[in-house]
Design a protein around this ligand. Structure first.
Ligand SMILES: [Cu+2]
Length: 681
């Protein structure tokens, strides 16, 4: 049923009523670099949006109707030219990425999305706090948008920062259905706590000319299909020459036993991907122009389906001012690993008459996206040499190796290592030794009793968990709910010994030890002689008034079986899972233990997560957090928005395979910490 506002909207649309409302606008100085077609205006008009200028209106502007910012978007199949080839993309308003939407905090947003595809579609507003029925996840309080239909999203804009949007239907995101969303403070440019003269959105993505369903089918058939970077016999002799013959043999045997390739960093690689910056392949050289002396704000968005990027601008330090759309205390760095779905805003001050390469190297080093910052069109700087592909480390395998995060070649230093025993990883059939434990049993409610895939009999000897000060390390237990003995809010998680349960066939192996890895740069980073942003570098700009201790801790394990391309949470894929229940208003700690040897960018819809990185009340808020292999990580959540929300890995293919849960925030007032766990009926 149409209400008055909707009628006004329709009338306004008919009258083609437009009104400029933002100070920001794109200039028209730029030329289209290269032959990339169908780029959104912000990617094409490469002059940045200059505060306080009011030139041409290349950017998609909302219509203003009764204080609401109104956008009309159309999802359709569109011809797309990239890397010298013509292909078809799933587009929003005809471009890849979709148009830059610009909102202002305090306004209402009305976004009318018409689906011109032959299949259902959707738009999810990533990182935005809104009512559940506006979140855009088909099947969760939202029906999806059927072919030919228009869905009207409406929500009050209650935050500001750099965000993005994307399809939550099938694998559409891989085929181009995503775009940037920037929300200005209520008082506009004056509301930013830092100054900048010019800004660019830099959307990173991965493009494949293959049908993503074929990509998925190949991964299911042969999970290392795209890993052409396998170690070779030449690597063997090189390593053997360096490390000795037997250690090298042991190293190989161990990896074979774990059914893992030490170079499996990404599932899908440059073997099929072309990496894009604002929709342009490296040869097309997206270019952002600047003038001497300007402070330039870059809003980096990783809109990839399955690629992490390591972003740097050789010769130019970056000052990080926002992460996940939230202000952080400025921190200067040289390289930032941007997990899938993360956003980082940085300020740079380029020198006159110099061109800079914005270099976004894929984490597995199989390719890169790149563009240029320069004073004039046509300038460029050198493309840095690609670094050696990284190799998984001892810590990635959950080996307790002290502070030494050395790579596999350190293995020969370990006395008495028995390669048959698979150090580090507990294999499904070797769940035996359990460390002693001391906490009273009622502080640990393991939910796994009787659930398929959870054989808790393996835990027969387990009394409870031991706090770290009792000597024995605490146990990591999937599905555990704890209400007492919780550590102080904002502190780093301790090292845990993994429970013997391996979560069933959906999990290939579990790490022996899991620990906080927030102070580590991540695989393949930190050895280049320049600074790398760490999660422990992030501090909120202001302490939050609502910062408090959690009443309850919910522990989830990220699980998988690489060999079968099975991905799950607590060993249970989404299709077999029950919702995770949060009490309305509850303050809780969400603990994640990554049992796999891959990184997983975990995203919670509808609510902020506060990343416990050791900074107490200054811990940063995030919508997406990367969880490293064998990592023990925790986040605080205030479950303030009732409804059903998605919680999932943002590797599109992991999510599709089942690394997804529904989080249900009860609508009632009261909550009981022990009730409503997913395993209870
Ligand atoms: Cu994942």
């Amino acid at each position: 049923m149409k209400d008055v506002l909707s009628q006004k909207l329709a009338a306004a649309a008919a009258a083609n009523f437009t009104r400029r409302r933002f100070l920001h606008s794109t200039g028209a100085l730029g030329l289209l670099a290269g032959a990339e077609a169908l780029l959104p205006s912000y990617a094409r008009a490469n002059t940045g949006m200059r505060p306080a200028s009011a030139s041409s209106a290349a950017q998609l502007e909302p219509r203003m109707v009764d204080g609401a910012a109104v956008y009309d978007l159309t999802i359709a199949e569109t011809q797309f030219a990239v890397a010298g080839r013509r292909t078809t993309a799933t587009t929003v308003n005809g471009t890849v990425p979709g148009p830059l939407l610009r909102l202002r905090e305090g306004d209402d947003a009305i976004i009318r999305v018409t689906n011109r595809l032959k299949e259902d579609s959707s738009i999810h507003w990533h990182g935005i706090l809104l009512p559940p029925e506006m979140d855009g996840v088909p099947g969760l309080s939202f029906p999806g948008i059927r072919p030919g239909e228009t869905f009207e999203y409406r929500f009050p804009v209650k935050q500001h920062g750099t965000y993005w949007y994307h399809s939550h239907s099938g694998l559409q995101e891989q085929t181009g259905h995503f775009g940037p969303l920037v929300i200005d403070p209520a008082d506009g440019i004056a509301g930013y706590p830092y100054q900048f003269d010019r800004e660019y959105v830099v959307v990173l993505s991965d493009w494949t000319f293959e049908n993503p369903y074929n990509v998925l089918a190949k991964l299911k058939k042969q999970p290392d299909y795209y890993n052409y970077q396998k170690r070779t016999v030449f690597d063997f002799f090189r390593d053997a020459g360096r490390d000795g013959f037997m250690p090298t043999v042991r190293d190989r045997l161990m990896w074979a036993g774990m059914r893992m390739n030490p170079t499996d960093i990404h599932d899908v690689t440059g073997a099929t991907y072309t990496f894009l910056m604002n929709g342009m392949a490296p040869e097309a050289n997206w270019t952002g122009l600047f003038r001497p002396g300007e402070r330039v704000l870059l809003r980096f968005i990783n809109a990839s389906a399955a690629s992490y990027f390591d972003v740097r601008i050789p010769g130019l330090p970056m000052t990080v001012v926002q992460a996940s759309g939230q202000y952080v205390q400025p921190v200067e760095t040289d390289e930032i690993r941007i997990a899938i779905a993360e956003t980082y805003d940085v300020i740079i001050e380029p020198a006159a008459d110099t061109a800079y390469t914005v270099f976004a190297e894929s984490m597995d080093r199989s390719g890169y996206a790149a563009g240029t910052l320069a004073m004039r069109e046509g300038m460029s700087a050198a493309i840095p040499a690609r670094r050696e592909r990284p190799v998984l480390t001892m810590a990635d395998m959950g080996m307790d190796h002290g502070d030494d995060m050395g790579d596999m070649h350190d293995m020969h230093d370990m006395d008495g290592m028995d390669h048959d025993a698979m150090p580090g990883m507990i294999m499904p059939d070797s769940a035996a030794s359990m460390p002693p434990s001391t906490t009273p049993p009622d502080t640990l409610k393991s939910s796994a009793q009787g659930h398929e895939g959870h054989d808790m009999s393996a835990m027969g000897g387990m009394r409870s968990e031991a706090p770290t000060d009792s000597g024995a390390p605490r146990l990591a237990v999937a599905g555990a709910i704890r209400t007492s003995g919780l550590r102080a809010p904002g502190t780093l998680p301790e090292m845990l010994t993994h429970e013997a349960s391996t979560h069933g066939p959906g999990n290939a192996a579990v790490p022996m030890m899991v620990q906080s890895r927030l102070a580590e740069p991540g695989i393949g980073l930190g050895h280049d002689g320049w600074r790398v942003l760490l999660y422990t570098d992030l501090r909120a700009l202001h302490a939050r008034a609502d910062f408090s201790a959690p009443e309850r801790e919910v522990e989830l394990h990220l699980t998988g079986n690489m060999e079968r391309f099975m991905w799950s949470i607590d060993g249970i894929p989404f299709e077999d899972s029950e919702p995770i229940h949060f009490g309305h208003g509850e303050r809780l700690r969400l603990t994640m233990v990554n049992d796999t040897m891959m990184n997983h960018p975990m995203h919670l819809h509808g609510m902020w997560m506060e990343l416990e990185n050791g900074h107490g009340e200054m811990i940063p808020r995030v919508h997406t957090v990367n969880v490293k292999p064998a990592e023990h990580i925790s986040l605080l959540i205030t479950a303030d928005t009732p409804g059903k929300w998605a919680f999932h890995c943002h590797v599109l293919y992991h999510m599709d395979a089942g690394m997804f849960r529904v989080v249900e925030v009860a609508s009632g007032e009261a909550h009981d910490g022990m009730k409503g766990h997913r395993h209870e009926v």
